[in-house]
Design a protein around this ligand. Structure first.
Ligand code: HEM
Length: 403
């Protein structure tokens, strides 16, 4: 008998609610067979006790033995939506990719960026203070902050941000594969030209570091195919992509959470040192709809279910971060929660490279926004704030605020 599989993404009632389907799957415990947004079959894993170890399990990977047959998370050319890299050499390639990136995110550079982030943010808030409100926090604060900081880190000219915007919207489009691929190619081309300019005149930035390391491929990319981890334009574009909107989305979501939880906002205003705890709780509470994609490298069993080589496993950080067996009272938004071992930056060998930077930006944003605008309020009822749909990376459409 043919049964219809549940299809991702599941509907969420409120912008931060855990979908009922995920809750039921977590209760049942076993991985559930689902259809992805691309209509492909995959196994969805929802319990923290399974998701966390699987994120670090070398029997799962991001490459697929037969890439053309790999189940896709969505019809987007974004690398998180399908297979990445060469199946045979995946582990070594990825380890090399991390070794190259890690020095570029050194403690020294992050420390310097902390000061710069606060300066950049102070300038953005000064601008905001000249407006009479209501304003869209996303356009006025979150995006400029996120973009200025990532441009500074990478050494990408901020003046080109309109072009990035168009590429991001194109690449993360989940329904139009051609648009998504074209945008990815244009962005890679831009990055390649930039890297070539930097190899002639290096600066104090991450792309210059990578160019100077002499280990990256600057030659033009072959047509289509799976992204090459050694291609500098791929690395630079993926960093810009990974760091561009992700942080802005979390600033937006965090401000909405703080402004709808009066006692938490007051606590943070009275005690700015709570900003770090607020960042962790915002990250836990605002997990994205879409799970992390992995392909099984060798047959294995997850919570009693046998899964075959080549099948897709989707690790739901959204469900794991609301797992009551790890987070007491998981539906409560509590900035003093301690410990808070959320999985919002992933876990294991692929743990987010930009986590320190993102934490710096978010803590500064929550602390400085409330201090500078003690009367900050949402300018519309929270029910009117909607999620952006049709794009992989998600986030909120608009966050109107007044003060
Ligand atoms: C709050 C903001 C952010 C969130 C929630 C976030 C989340 C994540 C997650 C969940 C992963 C793991 C993906 C997986 O296991 O498949 C990841 C990886 C990654 N993130 Fe972030 N990220 C954020 C900000 C940033 C920033 C600012 C940068 C760069 C400046 C960055 C760069 C990366 C890179 C390069 C990877 C891939 C690491 C690898 O494959 O080894 N992220 N991020």
């Amino acid at each position: 008998m043919q049964t219809t599989l549940p299809r991702l993404p599941f509907t969420r009632r409120g912008i931060f609610d855990l979908p009922e389907e995920l809750r039921a799957m977590q209760r049942s415990g076993a991985p559930a067979k689902v259809l992805t947004a691309a209509g492909d079959e995959a196994w969805l894993v929802t319990r923290y006790a399974d998701v966390r170890p699987l994120l670090a399990d070398t029997r799962l990977g991001r490459a697929h033995p037969v890439p053309d047959e790999a189940p896709l998370l969505s019809k987007s050319a974004l690398s998180t939506a399908g297979p990445v890299g060469n199946y045979a050499s995946e582990r070594e390639d990825h380890a090399r990719y991390r070794r190259r990136l890690t020095p570029a995110f050194s403690a020294k550079r992050m420390k310097a960026l902390r000061g710069r982030t606060e300066e950049i943010l102070a300038g953005i808030l000064d601008e905001m203070a000249t407006l009479s409100g209501p304003v869209d926090l996303h356009k006025t604060v979150s995006m400029p902050l996120s973009l200025l900081v990532i441009c500074e880190l990478l050494g990408v000219p901020y003046e080109d941000h309109d072009r990035f915007q168009a590429w991001f919207d194109g690449i993360s489009n989940m329904t139009d594969f051609e648009r998504s691929t074209d945008a990815r190619q244009e962005m890679s081309e831009y990055m390649r030209e930039l890297a070539q300019r930097k190899s002639a005149a290096p600066g104090e930035d991450l792309i210059s570091d990578l160019v100077l390391s002499g280990t990256m491929d600057l030659s033009p990319q072959g047509p289509g195919g799976v992204a090459k981890l050694d291609d500098l334009s791929y690395v630079a574009a993926s960093l810009l992509f990974a760091g561009y909107r992700t942080t802005a989305i979390k600033v937006d979501q965090g401000v909405v959470l703080l402004l709808t939880h009066d006692e938490q906002r007051t606590a943070l205003y009275d005690e700015p040192a709570l900003a770090d705890g607020a960042v962790e709780e915002v990250l836990r509470y605002s997990s994205p709809d879409l799970p992390l994609l992995r392909y099984v490298r060798e047959d294995l069993e997850i919570a009693g279910t046998s899964i075959k080589r080549g099948e897709a496993v989707l690790l739901s950080t959204l469900a794991a971060n609301r797992d009551g067996s790890v987070f007491p009272d998981p539906e409560a938004f509590d900035i003093t929660r301690n410990p808070n071992p959320h999985l919002s930056f992933g876990h294991g060998p692929r743990l987010c490279v930009g986590a320190t930077l993102a934490r710096v930006e978010l803590a500064a944003a929550f602390r400085m926004l409330l201090r500078r605008f003690p009367g900050l309020r949402l300018a519309v009822p929270v029910e009117k704030i909607t999620r952006r749909s049709g794009v992989l990376i998600g986030g909120l459409s608009e966050v109107p605020v007044r003060w």
